[in-house]
Ligand binder design. Sequence first.
Ligand code: FES
Length: 381
Amino acid sequence: MNAPTSHPTIAPPLWLLAELTYRCPLHCPFCYNPVDYANDRTELTTEQWFDVMRQARRLGAAQLGFSGGEPLLRDDLEDLVGEGRRLGFYTNLITSGIGLTESRLARMKALGLDHIQLSFQDSTRALNDFLSSTKTFDLKARVARLIKQYDYPMVLNVVLHRFNLDHVERIIDMALDMGVDYLELANTQYYGWALVNRDQLMPTREQVARAESVVNACRARIGSRMRILFVVPDYFEAQPKACMNGWGGVFLGIAPDGTALPCHAARTLPGIDFPNVRTTTVKAIWYDSAAFNRYRGDAWMKDPCRTCDDKAKDFGGCRCQAYAMTGDAANADPVCAKSARHGDVQTIVLHAQRAQQGAPDDAVGRPAQPIVFRSDVNSLK
Ligand code: FES
């Protein structure tokens, strides 16, 4: 699987993320799916996904993620897993667990599915079920046991925010009880629905610091029994993340309707015509499309990124965050302390905390202020 030699300066895509559907039984207010996802219900067919996978594999892609929405809502998921494995991909299912019956899991295991990442919303039933707007805590616990039973490495993802950051030790203990091998504690990043709910979800600086020290203490207590990744929220950092390892660097996302995206949030950027696999080959999309070339290299950069020593490491941060906060995706990500707009990030954090004042949470940690759940599209109008 060699990359074409006609594009010597562009590395091939390594990671193909197949967002099979935006449909989801859960309604999480921090979902990274587009807030207008309900406007487009067209989804690629099984054959079209097969074709995308073959093309991406030919270009050199090695890792294939199935996500959504909830990928288990596609009843051809097993076929897609089987084809992915047949093509030689390392295959990864990213799921809420809803719909993962034993027979489906057994089938995917037999087909060679390599890896499953299960999400929980919290260690308590009350908050898990509140945040997902479903009664799914017990079901997820059953799915976690099934995943262990089928001998998968247990990978658990919990999105953190102000409502569950103080539960972090209980979340870690829950993961230990489940036999989790790898726990990803991912603080909310503010895209999609999380951006809509930013004032609601934003933790305090003290909460984040407290949670981080709890995590460090737990790591010392647990040792090598379970690995814990704690991702600090961007808004509390002074250095930007190397988002997606650079625009058009390694990541090729395909939305349910076939739109090819260099990152999950790219469609929020105006003035970019994202190509679609229905009409353009994956090779042309990756190497030749204006969309994927838009923020490659550093010719697009302005100061401070253009002259920054770290530009090859962090690529100026996140284009989507730069756009969301400054109105220009070519600006430095304001998370960066060198950005002239860095003060805006602190202002946003303070604003969120002021908005939360006088609105105490109830006994189970549920917010008194209204949250916009993923299904509440009407409330966005
Ligand atoms: Fe789009 Fe970071 S999410 S570049």
